[in-house]
Design a protein. Structure first.
Length: 64
């Protein structure tokens, strides 16, 4: 639902990078790999947390 605050595997904080990653990668101007490199997200497990996340809060919220 919401982006996890920490990586499930290593415990590094990744939630703080979500907004900037989402904005920069959705514009289409920048490659998600380049954005993650610039944000300092180096580990594969942490990258997975941001790349594979689907933001469903707006879709599910009316049903609660």
């Amino acid at each position: 639902m919401m982006v996890p605050v920490r990586c499930f595997t290593c415990g590094k904080v990744v939630g703080e990078h979500w907004e900037e990653f989402k904005e920069r990668s959705r514009e289409g101007d920048e490659d998600p790999k380049q954005v993650l490199d610039e944000l300092g997200v180096d580990r594969a497990c942490c990258r997975r947390m941001l790349v594979s996340h689907k933001d469903l809060v707006d879709i599910v919220a009316p049903y609660q």
